[in-house]
Design a protein around this ligand. Structure first.
Ligand code: NAD
Ligand code: WQD
Length: 338
């Protein structure tokens, strides 16, 4: 299929390009490098051994997007482009609504100019908010507790309303749990611009000596060791879920939502121990106060994706840590290392 990938230079997008290429799809990437580096696309080109069609375009720029659409005429769009930092979203709500909502509207309108009516959207488990029960299934009520989560939930609603008005249209909403890991080559990976907000990149930067120690946000949760438990999913497994999702979109109409996780949670301290083992480095840490807004546990019920997408996560904690370490140790300053 001809697949337009918004945000394809980013962490999850770059890994997905590799899986799309391996499955024989034609790819076109749009990204404005707001949170990524052209070097990521150079590395993807090296890894797949073929050039990747790329356009430096902001998805809110309708005229530029329309030109890309008219030239490439995608059969499906995978929409990664957006802003994703929970803390920043509270400080810059208008920016988050602009990029994540206006950007999605601009993209849908532009798709309509070429009759493209299939889209796979990057949503997040954050749309569920605090758990009423665990594991989260797709019927769990949505009650996001932060601005970023609101934008994802609203975008889901916009896409759902769009399919209701366009019976031929197909929307696949993928609610990712906690993506971690890197391509096994260690050539691409997660490269946060500032101090990492997320656990895994922070741990990796401690291991490589860029940061002194990890603050573990709370050890008094109702979990086996008192630290938060999350459903970490290897980014390569997540990337493969997108290949399955575009196949599903091609054979169905309407909106369908899928949890993308492993169904197995690990605690913060389990992650620290596993990363120390994979890297052979000590991970210094201290116990700090709980981070406001955090929940004790988050785990997916991925059985719907297993059944309907024919997808399931294959990589375990060891691969998550080993691949992150291959990326971080080979590129201590991320893509700037090259
Ligand atoms: P990322 O920041 O690495 O990738 C997003 C990409 O979109 C970047 O390359 C960025 O430059 C680009 N972009 C941002 N604004 C743009 C704009 N206006 N026009 C064009 N390109 C733009 O993030 P990621 O971790 O790869 O996440 C991809 C998607 O998945 C995001 O929508 C994010 O909200 C969602 N998601 C991520 C996680 C996670 O933990 N990483 C979890 C759940 C959902
Ligand atoms: C995981 C655990 C922290 C950092 C976030 C977003 C979510 C989704 C994925 C985009 C928690 C603990 C963390 C640190 C720590 N992103 N931690 N010290 O909060 O589950 O989810 O990323 O959609 O929307 O909210 O992930 O990696 O930040 O935290 O102790 O320095 O690690 O308290 O228990 P989270 P995370």
């Amino acid at each position: 299929m001809r697949v337009l990938v918004t945000g394809g230079a980013g962490y999850i997008g770059s890994h997905t390009l590799i899986e799309l290429h391996a499955s024989g799809h034609d790819i076109c990437v749009v990204d404005n490098f707001d949170n990524s580096s052209p070097e990521a696309l150079n590395r993807v080109t090296d890894l797949i051994g073929a050039p990747v069609e790329f356009h430096q375009v902001d998805i809110r720029d309708r005229a530029a997007l329309d030109r890309v659409m008219a030239a490439f005429r995608p059969e499906v769009v995978i929409h990664f482009a957006g802003l994703k930092a929970v803390g920043e979203s509270a400080k810059l709500p208008l920016r988050y609504y602009d990029v994540n909502i206006s950007g999605t509207l601009s993209l849908l309108e532009s798709m309509q100019t070429v009759g493209c009516n299939r889209i796979v959207f990057s949503s997040s488990a954050t749309v569920y908010g605090a758990p009423h029960y665990l594991p989260f299934d797709e019927n769990h009520p949505c009650a996001p507790t932060n601005v970023y989560g609101h934008t994802k939930h609203m975008a889901e609603q916009i896409l759902t309303d769009w399919t209701a008005a366009n019976p031929a249209a197909s929307v696949v909403l993928l609610r990712y749990f906690n993506p971690v890991g890197a391509h096994p080559s260690g050539r691409i990976g997660e490269d946060p611009r500032d101090v990492p907000n997320n656990l895994m990149p922070f741990v990796a930067q401690v291991a490589v000596g860029r940061r002194e120690k990890l603050s573990v946000f709370g050890d008094d949760y109702d979990t086996p060791d008192g630290t938060g438990v999350r459903d970490f999913i290897h980014v390569t497994d997540l990337a493969r879920a997108h290949v399955s999702a575009i196949g599903y979109a091609a054979g169905h109409s309407g909106t369908e939502v899928f949890n993308i996780g492993t169904g197995r949670g690990y605690s913060v301290l389990e992650m620290v121990t596993a990363f120390a083992r994979a890297s052979g480095r000590d991970i210094a840490y201290e116990i700090a106060a709980r981070r406001p807004g955090d929940i004790a546990r988050s785990e997916a019920d991925p059985s719907k994706a297993n059944a309907l997408l024919g997808w399931q996560a294959e990589q375990g904690l060891e691969e998550m840590c080993a691949s992150t370490w291959a990326w971080q140790s080979g590129n201590p300053q991320g893509f700037e290392s090259s």
